[in-house]
Design a protein around this ligand. Sequence first.
Ligand code: C5P
Length: 319
Amino acid sequence: MPSPISTPQARSENAHAKINLYLHVTGRRGDGYHLLDSLVVFAGAHDTLTLGETTAGPTLALGGAFGPTLQAEAASQGKAQAVQENLVIRAARALAPKALGQQGGAAQLRALHLNLAKNLPVASGIGGGSADAAACLRLLARLWGADGARLATIAPTLGADVPVCLQQRAVRMAGIGEHLTPAPAMPPVGMVLANPGVPVSTPAIFKRLKEAAAPFTPPAPPYPSRGWATAGELASWLGQTGNDLQAPAEAEEPAITALLGALSALPGARLARMSGSGATCFALFDDVASAQAALPHLHQEALPGQRRPWQWAGGLFNA
Ligand code: C5P
């Protein structure tokens, strides 16, 4: 039975930025998808999905700093209704019949309206649509009464990054994103995130990697069983890893190289690297205060922005 949800907190769900602290491409499957090894964490920065009501659902309304970007992207695909085909709506459509049956699911979908505050840049290597879709699954599971096992079967059908975004805590990710094991507890870290305002297409970066025909990278060494005591220890351990998508992304977008240089030069930065397929890059600091103090020093020339550039400083979420 659908459960009534009354408190404001229960009616909304945050989709936190997904950060790949390292990302090794270890192989390729027969279907073309790449096998990965990655330590994934989530930053405090987030989009927010909130329930509304309608009689013509399921519908999605976009707000937030990057709502217009997402709206424009959908419009550029030439379909008036493209926003309504967003991964968030696809997640709702996938869950409804499984949680409520065909008839009950159809009725609940008709009443469903979602507001997405798109605070994070679009097509930027930090989860984006996958994180929003995972937030939608968590939110509607509370509303419609589906358990975690049910969500876990739906998540991979929506995209390779949706399972990790569903968990939204520090994990080691393998396979194409479906094998997840909890990572050791993360030390306190500060993080600066910056996006130069250039959209990057994930399939295009994987295609470049394939065309470069570079040898695959072995998985990272085993994680220390007690984890890392400090941000400095974590950063020096990460020094033996990398992001295999960084070189192809830099070849596609030189702005990424400039941004990485600017992030490395920030006072107190322990490590600067790109997340996912880019273009968002991160720098690690000893604590949140150091990251916040460093942010104003980020040279704005490093954020040329054909689109709206973005920067943020804070800590990890749920690590
Ligand atoms: O699954 P998702 O739609 O997020 O993936 C987008 C594209 O990124 C895929 O079509 C594929 O080209 C590429 N990809 C890949 N290997 C992965 C994840 C994504 O090749 N592990």
